[in-house]
Design a protein around this ligand. Structure first.
Ligand SMILES: Cc1cc2nc3c(=O)[nH]c(=O)nc-3n(C[C@H](O)[C@H](O)[C@H](O)COP(=O)(O)OP(=O)(O)OC[C@H]3O[C@@H](n4cnc5c(N)ncnc54)[C@H](O)[C@@H]3O)c2cc1C
Length: 437
């Protein structure tokens, strides 16, 4: 079959590779850079910046403990250049892998006219179509919003802003706040409501107190005007460069006449990623889902399978998430109602353990900053309901825990667990403790 995919980000590329593997003729249309937001503006950019931010934090900590005496100069411009060069190498490898899999890539914007798909004036025919056009920054209707920057502009800054006002309250706002604070900015986070409201309260308190300690977080603040040098807020005038981290809107305009979209512009799909139009599927940020790369990839693969006639459904249970700060803050939830006021009140037990000394945390022991791990388990059945971990490398442990939960493993399965030592992973300790009951 002839399969066409619009968008070469994680969702589109995963779909393209899967369809090529299933021996279809595959055309991938990308208007900008292969790798999408994740590689070019999002995950990988944050990764490049955060590696430097963590190094700076370590350097300051070693200096405080008189292990190192440093006199270094940090160049934001050179770092941004280094990140761009690295991204370009990754893009090259990604493109090679895609072409070698047998996918034809067209670099140009796709558009529809009278229901037909076009690229550069040429109609493109298809048997099945997958829309994976991702999202773009949501710009709130604030007077002067054009004076603010978004995540898309981060690598074009010439230097670290002396003062940074981040409007937003989610993961992206938090990560940039941590990065720029570590690089020397005075950072304020302006939240219209509450900061990181979806996070477990105890995890949030630890993050605010220990991992964002130099950042001023202002909750329930309205930003009413933005200029090049500051913002007018309900708490008065504040000085600094404004960074909007106010969410993502789906790039669904090109198909809004073709398929049903929701209130926020997200393409409405069923669990097989089918849209309201026969033969047209959608996946990733354009369906307004979880907003993470692994989920976008999973949805791309589900769309690809169904487009190829293989029945498959997306499974959103026990998904892992991570926030990249000085340490990883990782968490997952069973997705079921599992708090102590739930039906199984007597069976639900919460456990918490301080982080261990190990690689990445040893030199933080004296400042009592080794994080912690917390879980909620059903003591009768051994099923793990919720899990959060603040520790170096917690993101990796959390992904494997997610797998164990997705295949319905229980606390008592950890009787078989053998750790590597030393390790900052405290998850298995908690699970072994519960396995005894
Ligand atoms: C700052 C930031 C940090 C993030 N960090 C993480 C993280 O650490 N971990 C994580 O899992 N997720 C992270 N994300 C989220 C992640 O980047 C997205 O969830 C993921 O990129 C979504 O993939 P996608 O394929 O749906 O869309 P995208 O990656 O946005 O790709 C869509 C592609 O479609 C192309 N396109 C759009 N319209 C057209 C058209 N008309 N014709 C042709 N091509 C078109 C675009 O150019 C783009 O390349 C982050 C996001 C941001 C903004």
């Amino acid at each position: 079959m002839k399969m066409v995919i619009i968008g070469g980000g994680p969702a589109g590329r995963a779909a393209a590779l899967e369809l090529a593997r299933l021996e279809n003729e595959v055309i991938l249309i990308e208007k900008s850079d292969l790798g999408g937001t994740c590689l070019n503006k999002g995950c990988m950019v944050v990764c490049g910046l955060n590696d430097v931010a963590r190094f700076l934090n370590d350097a300051a900590n070693f200096q405080n403990q008189e292990v190192l005496k440093l006199n270094y100069k940090f160049s934001y411009k050179n770092m941004a250049h280094g990140i761009k060069t690295t991204l370009s190498k990754i893009r090259h490898i990604t493109e090679k892998e895609t072409l070698e899999a047998g996918v034809k890539i067209i670099y140009a914007p796709a558009y529809f006219q009278k229901g037909l798909l076009y690229v550069e004036g040429e109609p493109i025919e298809y048997d099945k179509l997958i829309i994976a056009t991702g999202g773009r920054p949501f710009i709130p209707p604030i007077d002067g919003a054009e004076n603010a920057i978004t995540y898309q502009d981060i690598l074009n800054l010439e230097e670290v802003p002396e003062k940074l006002l981040i409007v937003g309250s989610g993961i992206i706002a938090t990560e940039f706040a941590s990065i720029f604070s570590s690089m020397g900015s005075e950072v304020h986070i302006l939240c219209r409501n509450n900061f990181l409201s979806n996070l477990d309260q105890e995890v949030k308190e630890y993050v605010v107190k220990n991992l964002l300690k130099d950042i001023k977080i202002h909750e329930k603040v309205d930003t009413t005007k933005i200029t090049r040098s500051g913002a007018l807020t309900s708490r008065g005038q504040m000085e600094g460069l404004v960074l909007l981290a106010t969410g993502i809107v789906p790039n669904s305009q090109l198909v809004s006449d073709l398929v049903i979209t929701g209130k926020r512009g997200e393409i409405v799909v069923n669990e097989r990623m089918e849209t309201s139009a026969p033969g047209i599927y959608a996946a990733g940020d354009v369906i307004g889902g979880m907003g993470t790369t692994p989920v976008a990839r999973m949805e791309g693969i589900v769309a690809a399978h169904n487009a190829a006639g293989i029945e498959k459904k997306a499974n959103y249970e026990h998904l892992p998430y991570a926030i990249s700060l000085d340490y990883d803050v990782a968490f997952l939830s069973s997705g079921k109602k599992s708090s102590l006021d739930g039906e199984n009140y007597s069976q639900m037990v919460e456990g918490k353990i301080p982080g261990s000394a190990g690689p990445g945390s040893f030199w933080r022991v004296l400042s009592s900053n080794t994080g912690f791990t917390k879980t909620m388990v059903d003591i009768e059945t051994g099923s793990i309901q919720e899990l959060s971990s603040i520790a170096p490398g917690a993101r990796y442990n959390m992904a494997y825990l997610s797998l164990l939960m997705r295949i319905h493993r229980k606390t008592y399965d950890f009787d078989h667990f053998v750790e590597t030592h030393p390790s900052t992973d405290s998850i298995y300790k908690l699970m072994r403790f519960f396995a005894k009951y």
